[in-house]
Design a binder for this molecule. Structure first.
Ligand code: PBG
Length: 321
């Protein structure tokens, strides 16, 4: 192998066109998904604009702008009018997500409509499943999650994305979708979803913080990677079409490990805390938001993600046009 001075790696870094020619990873808007929060009323979030929420009526206007900017996919989250013990707003035919889906489906036939399937925004206690004897009950939650997924498919979702981390939910949702005639609706499984401190801004925006305890009894321990591969393996066996790792930046090694082990499409969720950290530092004048965001998103793609869910998607549309 030739070494210095025959080899000088700086030669290909000398000019922007040379760097571009040998660049290994590029960001394409087609790979990005923009999260949208739908609630009883529109509420701007000045510090974290992508974490604002839209009424069912206003969300169509926002989506029109997104589609014009070239964004091809969104994932919907719902903040219901009222919460209860079981989270019944999650599968309500007239729930916020279901109504938003019907409106958007009719007006934007080419837009990919994904939905987050979980109970935490809908339960009075804020957990992702129902409570039995003081614990988040796995098996009793499955039927409710499956019902929620079917209601999203009925309202026009292109794919459903279960984020609850109950065991067996992919199989339960697959079976329920098939039974309801939605055998063509894919499941994007939040397979390796860690119990993360980086969900803080989301929980505030979606009003989904648990009223007691935490989510460590169902979301994964951030210390584990082999377990993430087992989660992915089980989800694929139960019928997952796309795998997901979340959060993205603290888990680039997990994204890489999943990419190398499995051939299914892989999504990564660049979560609210990852977005908020950069926004806050930029607001303080400590770093350049655009450069930091582009570097973060490029790293997530380089690690092996095919699809990236990011709060920067809207800004990205302007940055890479
Ligand atoms: C619902 C859900 C959460 C996120 C996505 N789906 C919150 C949580 O699990 O507490 C977090 C997304 C983000 O932080 O951007 N279970």
């Amino acid at each position: 192998m030739a070494t210095f001075p025959a080899t000088r790696l700086r030669r290909l870094r000398r000019t922007a066109p040379l760097r571009s020619l040998v660049r290994e990873t590029r960001l394409e808007l087609d790979d990005f998904v923009f999260p949208l929060f739908v609630g009883p009323s529109t509420q701007a979030n000045d510090a974290l604009p992508a974490l604002g929420r839209w009424s069912v009526d206003d969300v169509a206007r926002e989506v029109e702008g997104l589609v014009e900017a070239g964004i091809g996919a969104v994932i919907l989250f719902g903040i219901p009018d009222a919460k209860d013990e079981e989270g019944s707003g999650a599968w309500d035919e007239d729930g916020v997500v279901q109504r938003a889906l019907r409106g958007l489906r009719a007006n934007f036939p080419a837009l990919v409509l994904l939905t987050d399937v979980c109970l935490c925004e809908y339960t009075s206690h804020g957990h992702c499943g129902v409570i039995r004897d003081g614990e988040v009950a796995n098996d009793a939650s499955l039927e409710l999650l499956a019902r929620t997924a079917v209601s999203h498919a009925e309202a026009g979702a292109d794919a459903v994305c279960p984020s609850d981390m109950m065991d067996g939910r992919i199989g339960a949702i697959r079976e329920a979708l098939d039974d309801a005639g939605f055998d063509a609706t894919p499941i994007v499984a939040y397979s390796a979803k860690y119990a993360s401190a980086f969900y803080g801004p989301f929980r505030e925006a979606a009003e989904s913080a648990p009223a007691f305890g935490d989510r460590r009894g169902y979301q994964m321990d951030p210390a584990n990677v082999r377990e993430a591969l087992r989660e992915c393996e089980l989800d694929l066996a139960e019928g997952a079409d796309v795998l997901m790792v979340k959060p993205a930046l603290p888990n680039l090694d997990v994204i890489r490990a999943v990419r190398e082990r499995f051939d299914a499409p892989l999504a990564a969720y660049n979560v609210s805390g990852e977005y908020a950290m950069v926004k806050a530092a930029a607001a303080a004048g400590w770093l350049d938001e655009r450069a930091a965001a582009l570097e973060s998103l490029t790293a997530i793609k380089r690690a092996g993600a095919d699809i990236v869910i990011s709060y920067w998607t809207k800004e990205l549309a302007g940055w890479i046009e």
